[in-house]
Write a protein that binds this ligand. Structure first.
Ligand code: FAD
Ligand code: MLT
Ligand code: ZN
Length: 462
């Protein structure tokens, strides 16, 4: 440990665990984007909130930038440390601190994984309903910092809906106890909601009090094959009006192709251009009749070409894997990811334009569509052809994204539905937020991070 700044940090925070080995710098300096070369100063792994506060105070005095780090499953470069920053990993702060049966809340340290939260809630006969494929690695702190969505948003909403309170060590070094678990609190600005979605730019979330809910009802999982993109919203409207939907996710045949290349069995004998995995409450004959009626309605109109209804939990998990396995199956192509949203009602008009634009923009690339169509959220992944240089690939994709951002702006949509802006979508923030809004955000950031040490370069510049 030759850098004198690290000696000074250890003096300021006695007992702090610091990692400086090259392998650790590489491991903690990147997220799932894999676009930037990790180059952090060191990795700090505090044991508790007091140590976090001391690190932030030290960083403020010494002008050292901090990158807050959860599970680094982020897809927008938010947790990337490529410029000599100190990575502050919450990995050791991963405990459940308390459960309140009357409030139905679980209080956790921010480094706990989403899956551990699911398990802790289940131990008390309750559920934490935010869910997605990175559950085993992503942290609650990271989920809060990105306002993560996932596969159950259409029933339960985003992370924001489930945060009863949180503790934030702001860039000033102050510890702010925000929300405090109150259901009702009409006492001025709700600063908790500023921290949610702030991507580590205002401070470090060290603790969260999560709302829990009843466990989901018994459900049924169904895979549908669709003949065209145009009928997708019709099928969604039908199913939503007849069933209590928990999830409605779509993907294209290209997505299925990549998932199956990783293993598994094709669900249908024939290839279909589009698929939907949907999950809905199934609590008796009435639900079953509604499901059959919805299926019949869609097949009669030619909106659905084929379908599989899961026979038991294991088949349900297999069907879900076809959707949840997509990100991992594409990772080796270092995909250029678009994560866009519009209001559900604006989806058909936006889709018509976006499809034409992407067909024009990417004639030579493998483009994989999937996403949470029921929430108005589309993921469009462009795969890097083998042998193409990174910079050239990203450059070509950025040209299309500029037009996509304009299209989204016209339809009142967002350039980042759930992954955050980070580094990846920073040039396009202005397509979703007005100049006045960004200026207000700058002002807020200056107040909570006066030394400019919290995740600089991410989200927007000072
Ligand atoms: P990181 O990647 O470590 O960090 C993300 C951002 O949060 C960074 O800006 C970081 O600085 C900041 N941060 C992290 N911890 C803290 C903290 N304690 N305090 C302050 N700031 C902090 N996302 C979805 O929304 N929906 C999905 O369906 C979804 N599916 C995914 C599937 C896969 C297979 C993968 C790999 C990713 C998926 N993601 C999804 C993206 C990712 O998992 C989420 O963005 C997640 O919330 C990131 O959590 P993390 O702990 O990994 O955060
Ligand atoms: C998903 O919905 O699977 C994710 O948001 C991850 C991705 O876009 O790759
Ligand atoms: Zn998603």
């Amino acid at each position: 440990m030759t850098d004198p700044r690290l000696e000074s940090l250890l003096q300021a925070v006695p007992g702090l665990r610091l990692e400086t080995a090259q392998a650790e710098l590489e491991h903690y300096g990147r997220d799932w984007t894999r676009r930037w070369t990790p180059a952090p100063l060191a990795i700090a792994l505090p044991a508790d909130a007091v140590q976090v506060q001391s690190i932030v105070r030290w960083a403020g005095v010494n002008g050292v930038a901090i990158v807050p780090s959860g599970g680094r499953t982020g897809l927008s470069g938010g947790a990337v440390a490529a410029n000599g920053e100190l990575v502050l990993s919450l990995a050791r702060m991963n405990r459940v601190l308390g459960f309140d049966a009357i409030d139905r809340t679980l209080t956790v340290q921010a480094g706990i994984t989403l899956q551990a939260v699911h398990e802790a809630a289940a131990e008390h006969g309750l559920a934490y309903p935010v869910d997605f494929a990175a559950r085993g690695s992503c942290s609650i702190g990271g989920n809060i910092a990105t306002n993560a969505g996932g596969i159950r948003v259409l029933r339960h909403g985003n992370t924001r809906e489930w945060i009863a309170g949180l503790k934030l060590v702001a860039g000033t070094g102050e510890s702010l106890d925000l929300g405090r678990g109150l259901v009702k609190n009409s006492s001025g600005y709700d600063l908790r909601h500023l921290a949610i979605g702030s991507e580590g730019t205002l401070g470090i979330v060290v603790e969260a009090t999560l709302k829990l809910t009843d466990p989901p009802p018994p459900t049924q999982v169904m895979l549908l094959a669709l003949p065209s993109f145009e009928v997708l919203m019709e099928v969604f409207a039908q199913l939503r009006s007849r069933l209590r939907l928990e999830a409605f996710e779509f993907f294209t045949d290209r997505a299925l192709h990549h998932v199956l290349a990783h293993g598994g069995q094709a669900p249908f004998d024939e290839v279909h251009p589009y698929y939907v995995v949907t999950e809905f409450a199934m609590q008796g004959d009435t639900d079953e009749a509604a499901m059959l009626a919805a299926f019949e309605h869609c097949t009669e109109r030619g909106w659905v070409s084929d379908g599989v209804i899961a026979q038991g939990e294991s088949q349900a998990a297999q069907l879900w894997r076809l959707r949840e396995g997509i990100t991992e199956s594409l990772a080796r192509y270092t995909p250029y990811k678009n994560d866009v949203s519009v209001r559900v009602s604006a989806m058909p008009a936006f889709l018509a334009e976006a499809q034409a634009l992407l067909a024009r923009g990417y004639p030579q690339f493998d483009v994989v569509w999937f996403g949470h169509i029921g929430d108005g959220n589309l993921h469009i992944n462009v795969l890097k052809p083998e042998g193409m240089v990174d910079a050239e690939f990203v450059g070509q994709c950025e040209q299309v994204t500029r037009v996509l951002a304009e299209t989204l702006q016209r339809h009142g949509g967002s350039i980042s539905a759930e992954h955050g802006i980070g580094l990846v979508k920073k040039p396009y923030l202005g397509s979703t937020r007005s100049a006045a809004e960004i200026e207000v955000m700058r002002g807020i950031r200056r107040v909570l991070d006066p030394h400019g040490i919290m995740n600089p370069g991410k989200l927007f510049d000072p």
